[in-house]
Design a protein around this ligand. Structure first.
Ligand SMILES: Cc1cc2nc3c(=O)[nH]c(=O)nc-3n(C[C@H](O)[C@H](O)[C@H](O)COP(=O)(O)OP(=O)(O)OC[C@H]3O[C@@H](n4cnc5c(N)ncnc54)[C@H](O)[C@@H]3O)c2cc1C
Length: 378
């Protein structure tokens, strides 16, 4: 069979993985990005992302995370880079919280490696957290953090080693189907022809595809880093964490160098972004008050004044389920977008699924619930 020529539009979180998987499977790959792999002006960046086996709200993600898990290992083995560290992830909240109950159901149903820990035991074993009376914690053991900039650059470099070409600082203006099959990709320097295109523009999806029948709202997410009051002791358990319940649900990740803890808040507390080309990267003092309050109330041992800030953006669908599959009216254009705050851990699996769809027209991975096929417009 002739070697397929496939474009990847957007070499960020998912696009870099798609380029790797496509090149590994023998496709001729040309990947484009408006910046360069590993940049921090979009959804990736800020040194860490949580990896966990439990996608907290929906057990259907579990097999996809398993597939991603195997590919995280593979990419690390192929490149010799530490892209992921499994420190565990502690999911905390009121025992009667609905998401807490969903998590307990998912770990039990799928036999995931976990521990349920009551508030008293958390206070002894994890003194860095303050739980309320009636709270509970679930420790997801096959969890930890992944490193976004390093992962994107490593996947992109691996793709290049396998023959992919990356067109850096090259915004794609249009991706369109060609009558009779194939795709055209237009940039400021001309138009190139491909058998298929994988389109992974993250928060720019509405910019690139203005006629998309699904809504992808873009939101601005602030990350803030805090220093501990005392140095950490050797042997201390420092898992990533997610806390539900309370006024502002939040998550946190101890930094890889052990010197600080990064915090983020849930999407309800993110501001909408009107234009991804004009992301406001300055953080106002009133936005930080929420973070300092979280530290004072829930994280004894951290100084409530942040030492570093980062601003990113992410595309959210109404259901928070991503859009994965062919664009309506064009089987050769495969869209992966709207990852709604959960795409990093899944990204190698998403890249592999993109390669399945672009090269074979189908995948054996269970993606019906996130597929574009049969998805109603909203
Ligand atoms: C602050 C924050 C914290 C998060 N925490 C987690 C977490 O803990 N765990 C987790 O799993 N997920 C997390 N996520 C979600 C995850 O980071 C995203 O779902 C994921 O990065 C989205 O990947 P993407 O490929 O869709 O977008 P991106 O990584 O943004 O990639 C899109 C790429 O397309 C390029 N591009 C756009 N338009 C064009 C064009 N026209 N031409 C050429 N190139 C173009 C961009 O430059 C960019 O490189 C978080 C997100 C944020 C913002």
């Amino acid at each position: 069979m002739a070697r397929k020529r496939v474009a990847v539009v957007g070499t960020g979180t998912v696009g870099s993985q798609a380029a790797w998987r496509l090149a590994a499977r023998g496709a001729e790959v040309v990947a484009y990005d408006r910046f360069a792999p590993g940049h921090d002006r979009s959804a990736a960046g800020g040194e860490t992302r949580v990896f966990r086996s439990v996608q907290t709200d929906d057990g259907r993600y579990v097999p996809l995370v398993r597939h991603a898990d195997a590919l995280w290992k593979q990419l690390q083995a192929e490149t010799g880079r530490e892209l992921r560290r499994l420190t565990g992830c502690l999911f905390m909240g009121p025992a009667d919280d609905s998401e807490m109950r969903t998590v307990m159901g998912i770990v039990a149903e799928h036999g995931l490696d976990h521990e349920v820990i009551d508030a008293e035991a958390v206070a002894k074993r994890f003194p860095q957290f303050r739980l309320d009376h009636g709270d509970l914690a679930v420790l997801d053991r096959r969890a930890g953090f992944v490193r976004p900039e390093l992962t994107v650059q490593t996947a992109a470099r691996r793709a290049e080693e396998l023959g992919a070409r990356i067109r850096r600082y090259t915004p794609v203006r249009e991706v369109s189907p060609v009558a009779g099959g194939g795709v055209e990709v237009r940039t400021d320097s001309g138009t190139e022809r491909f058998d298929a295109a994988v389109v992974t523009p993250g928060p720019w999806v509405g910019d690139l595809l203005p006629d998309l029948p699904w809504e992808v709202g873009v939101y601005r997410a602030v990350s803030a880093w805090f220093l501990p009051d005392e140095d950490h002791q050797a042997g201390e358990e420092r898992p990533a964490f997610i806390r539900r319940g309370g006024a502002v649900p939040f998550y946190g990740i101890p930094s890889p160098d052990g010197l600080s803890v990064k915090l983020g808040v849930s999407q309800a507390h993110h501001r909408p972004v009107d234009d991804p080309n004009r992301l406001e990267r300055t953080v106002a003092p009133e936005e930080l008050e929420m973070f300092s309050e979280i530290v004072r109330r829930h994280l004894p041992g951290l100084n409530p004044d942040p030492v570093r800030l980062g601003v990113f953006m992410e595309g959210y669908t109404d259901s928070t389920r991503p859009l994965v599959g062919p664009l309506p009216g064009s089987d050769d254009i495969i869209l992966l977008a709207g990852f709604s705050g959960q795409g990093f851990k899944l990204s190698p699996a998403m890249g592999d699924i993109a390669a399945d769809l672009a090269l074979e027209g189908r995948t054996t991975q269970p993606i019906d619930f996130i597929s574009t096929l049969g998805r109603t417009a909203a």
